[in-house]
Design a protein around this ligand. Sequence first.
Ligand code: ADP
Length: 256
Amino acid sequence: MSGIGDIKHKIMILSGKGGVGKSTVSVNLALSLKKKGYKVGLLDIDIHGPSIPHLLNIPTETLKATEDNKLVPIDIDGMKVISIGFLLDSDNRAVIWRGPLKYKMLLQFLNDVVWGELDYLIIDSPPGTGDEPLTLLQNVKDLSGALIVSTPQDIALLDVKKAIDFVNQMGMKTLGLVENMSGFKCPNCGTITHIFGKNAHQKLQKHFDIEHLISIPLTDSIVSNSDNGIPAINDPDIEKVFNDLTDKIIAKMDIN
Ligand code: ADP
């Protein structure tokens, strides 16, 4: 059996801008769900900037295919992972493809991967509302919803509003907002500085009915762990935040 059709809960992670923590949220939400005993897959459809291999310290060129040409995901302690990054022969290789080629690759990721039995598939999409998220929404009609990630900065929110509008226009529901890089606590004096502003959810709620799920602080351990291919939830404080997010997501799936 291949393709994502049989996976119970398929969650798309979306942001308006790049660099706001979408891949960080994808990886750590997936790992946090796995820690709670669920069978989890992680699909990186960011064709031009796949970060998942690096965030999980998986070398490139490791993807294998079955005899009937289905892709076999990488298994990370039981979590199944697929990324275009695994097909590139170097971290520095740029993918220079026009729409039709990207469309073909995405359809292969959606239809021709041997995922096995999974409870959750977390789908990390590129920033914005381009070919990749559009292909996903047009071809997967039973997505559970889109989890929106943004920093509280006004310039990030400008684009995130478009991403939420895109989700609405496509007839899909938003599961809520993850406010990332939300305040930095000085390790010396404990003062909290809102480097990227604050209250993203309040700013968005003026325009959309979107629930604020969690706020992730701007944290130096996330930077150093990510750079070393170590999950952010290795820091117990960050793990707590992701536990909270995971519980809220699970509750939403149980209601539906
Ligand atoms: P995106 O997928 O939106 O492009 P990433 O998840 O790749 O963003 O994150 C961009 C960079 O910001 C990475 O280096 C990551 O480690 C860092 N980062 C993400 N969230 C935080 C945070 N809360 N605190 C500090 N650094 C963060």
